[in-house]
Design a protein around this ligand. Sequence first.
Ligand SMILES: NC(=O)C1=CN([C@@H]2O[C@H](COP(=O)(O)OP(=O)(O)OC[C@H]3O[C@@H](n4cnc5c(N)ncnc54)[C@H](OP(=O)(O)O)[C@@H]3O)[C@@H](O)[C@H]2O)C=CC1
Ligand SMILES: O=C(O)[C@H](O)CS(=O)(=O)O
Length: 492
Amino acid sequence: MLDSVTNLSSLLKDPSLLCTKAYVAGQWVGADDGTTFPVTNPARGDVICEVPNLGRAEVARAIAAAEVAMKEWAARTGKERAGVLRKWFDLMMANQDDLGKILTAEMGKPLAEAKGEVAYGASYVEWFAEEAKRVYGETIPGHQRDKRITVIKQPIGVVGSITPWNFPNAMIARKVAPALAAGCGFVARPASETPLSALAMAVLAERAGVPGGLFSVCTSKRASDIGKEFCENHAVKKLTFTGSTEVGRILLRQAAEQVMKCSMELGGNAPFIVFDDADLDAAVAGAMVSKFRNNGQTCVCANRIYVQAGVYDAFSKKLAEAVAKTTVGDGLSEEVNFGPLISEDAVEKVEEHIADALKKGAKIEMGGKRHALGGTFFEPTIMTGITPEMVISHEETFGPLAPLFKFETEEEVIALANNTIFGLASYFYARDIGRITRVQEALEYGMVGVNTGLISTEVAPFGGVKQSGLGREGSRHGMEDYLEMKYICLSV
Ligand SMILES: NC(=O)C1=CN([C@@H]2O[C@H](COP(=O)(O)OP(=O)(O)OC[C@H]3O[C@@H](n4cnc5c(N)ncnc54)[C@H](OP(=O)(O)O)[C@@H]3O)[C@@H](O)[C@H]2O)C=CC1
Ligand SMILES: O=C(O)[C@H](O)CS(=O)(=O)O
């Protein structure tokens, strides 16, 4: 346990992984104007360190360097690129403990969960090291006797990346791995709350043999400026973003100017449905994972829990018993299940959702207020009597609040579950095969968990429909977002 995270490096086997410089064009640098911004530990509020507050000029240099470096990188074979990515994977796993401690210190999630995220992020690097060798084209029978048609895939070009604070390692890994596998250059701008994980990844990328300039990490508080540089710089051919739908809209508008290819992983509002034929213990275990993973701060967390009338009371009781066994505390302490929320704003959003629901007739079954530890710690909360009129039914809470809605029929709950502009993740528990088939097909979401609350894996296409995003990340499909298709017609 630390008396303060200001001596985080004393906890690390390799203190050189804790960086206070940005990684631009293969160099470890400060901002041109010398400015920095603090990275704070949300559990204690103390400052871990300062990092450079880069502006558009530095990001433009990173983009230019990536454009140059990718010419040689793209000329390598897929197998050669795979070898470097595999080495990077090996280094990430060999340094999992340190990367986990850095992640917990800047983001707050419990160390076990942070180390799990490091392994999750590394799994994308491992997966796309393999996919790098399988960028296949095709031949097509000619439309005329003297025509020979082929289709080849080529790297799209320099990629600009903007990622959120809630998975500061995995959200970058899920983007940079396929980009490098495809032969692209990559400029990352991590969330200002959590830049240290990205910088540590860059240290290991350099050691793995990723060529200088190909991959940059530009730390900055000037989010809007960096976004504009990505959208306006003609050397950037692809923008990949993970974050809220409202920021996604801003970026899409900006990128439209040069008709830039965009991948968007945006907000969610996941329904979690428990039918009366469900295995209730399994459903409670699934709800604990889906609702409370990362303290509810993921876009795929259950945001609305619908329980059929016949099992509503039993489920509510079992869920409360499960939540009562959890521990809230500093993520660097052993046995902690829930760390702090990322910010005071995040706590206030949870309080607003609770207050609105109470005003409209809901009841608190447990929790419902800030934790005795103070700061941004919050009691895991269960509310019953939730109705569609409440704000929580159409706004993402992004916190440890489990709202239980009661429903009567399958048709009713499908309509309720689909009544949202979002379409990212959804979950339901049932055992009747007819019901399972009908419901999995009726839910308007990019991803459906059936009798499971955890669906995130590198082998499957992660992404949403409606206003939850564009494109997919992970799986063999994840490469497509970083490749351009070229049709060649040869007249012989
Ligand atoms: N679909 C998915 O996979 C995911 C979706 N999300 C969604 O994101 C939200 C929570 O994450 P949060 O980080 O608060 O989301 P935000 O959208 O506020 O921020 C995401 C990133 O965008 C940056 N940013 C903010 N405004 C701009 C701008 N105008 N131009 C360029 N970049 C900008 C932020 O910078 P700064 O650091 O300065 O704030 C941050 O790095 C939730 O809605 C959640 O559902 C989150 C994770 C994954
Ligand atoms: O991979 C996941 O589980 C999600 O992407 C986490 S996030 O989208 O909320 O960051």
